[in-house]
Design a protein around this ligand. Structure first.
Ligand code: NCD
Length: 318
């Protein structure tokens, strides 16, 4: 007789909707998610509690404020509930040496979806290979951060009214910053955009992303000169030098403070332009800039809520 307890689970018919990299986001899906996010922001969702009775696990092996809180707030606001490991490196069985794959298999048996942040590039992809439920990448080391890129697009659209024919300056640590890597790829899905890649030579955007952008015939140019680059931008996207990715604190100190946005620098940025930053910001934006109406970074962080509601509803909705 067959033991039903050990029988393999029935195969699901519909493919699982993972979101592990920007590759998964083509233009129609981006537009669909942004439109849905706007409905959440306007308070006109199609259904009041679309994820009621659903459980989301947020599993974070790296620190987070915005990403975890906004995903959890989004899940609650969609009527669902949350299980959270905010410090999974120390507080989960990873501390005993359990593999990511085993942890994900197990958590996937308790929750209907997993939001994962992990220090290793490709961790979300590995998780998705074994997970019985959707896996959403909330940052895989210096790899990708697709939901941040979506909320960045949402912010640009809301602030400037379009996602095409824009000149976007990406500044700072382009080598290690996963937000810029994902954002550059998503911007290349829209026509007429130009990317201005502003970084010290050692912190240039990775060859893998540059290769994909080249293949997509994305217009771009590189410079080390922030001040010289900003006079004709529509968006200046400033980023943090990613201290945690450097080999030594001496190496980090070499780049720390390399670009600082000050009120003086803001005078060179066009009136119509916006200043963005995924946050947390350290000294790379002077707090005196916060009062400038073009400083969009706190509005940008808030937009994460609506966008993550749309992403969760897409991935976990019935
Ligand atoms: C970013 C990240 O974690 O990649 N933060 C975020 O999610 N808003 C940016 C950063 O840490 O510099």
């Amino acid at each position: 007789m067959r033991d039903t307890l050990t029988a393999p689970p029935a195969r699901t018919q519909v493919p699982i909707r993972h979101l592990t990299s920007p590759q998964a986001l083509d233009r129609p899906l981006i537009e669909q998610l942004l439109e849905h996010a706007a409905e959440f922001e306007q308070g006109t969702p199609r259904e009041a509690s679309p994820l009621s009775g659903r459980l989301l696990a947020t599993v974070f092996y790296e620190p987070s404020t915005r990403t975890r809180f906004s995903f959890e707030a989004a899940m609650h606001r969609l009527g669902g509930q949350v299980l959270s490991a905010e410090n999974a490196t120390r507080a989960s069985s990873a501390a005993k040496g359990e593999s990511l794959e085993d942890a994900i298999r197990v958590i996937g048996g308790y929750a209907d979806g997993i939001v994962l942040r992990h220090p290793d590039v490709g961790a979300a992809e590995r998780a998705a290979r074994v997970a019985p439920v959707p896996v959403i990448n909330a940052g895989d080391g210096p790899g990708d951060h697709p939901t941040q890129a979506l909320l960045d697009l949402y912010t640009i659209k809301k602030e400037l009214g379009r996602l095409d024919h824009l000149r976007v300056g990406l500044a700072g640590d382009l080598r290690n910053g996963r937000t810029v890597r994902s954002l550059a790829l998503l911007l290349s899905r829209f026509p007429g955009n130009e990317l201005v890649l502003i970084s010290p030579p050692a912190l240039r955007l990775g060859e893998d992303v540059v290769g994909s952008l080249t293949q997509a015939q994305q217009r771009m140019r590189e410079t080390t000169d922030l001040s010289g680059a900003i006079a004709d931008l529509d968006v200046l996207y400033q980023t943090r030098i990613q201290a945690e990715r450097f080999e030594s604190s001496e190496e980090y100190e070499r780049y720390r403070g390399v670009y600082v946005v000050t009120p003086e620098l803001m005078r060179r940025l066009p009136e119509r332009a916006i200043l963005m930053h995924p946050l947390p910001r350290l000294e790379e934006i002077d707090p005196l800039v916060d009062a400038d109406p073009r400083a969009a970074y706190f509005r940008q962080a808030r937009n994460g809520l609506w966008v993550r509601m749309a992403v969760l509803d897409w991935a976990l909705g019935r």
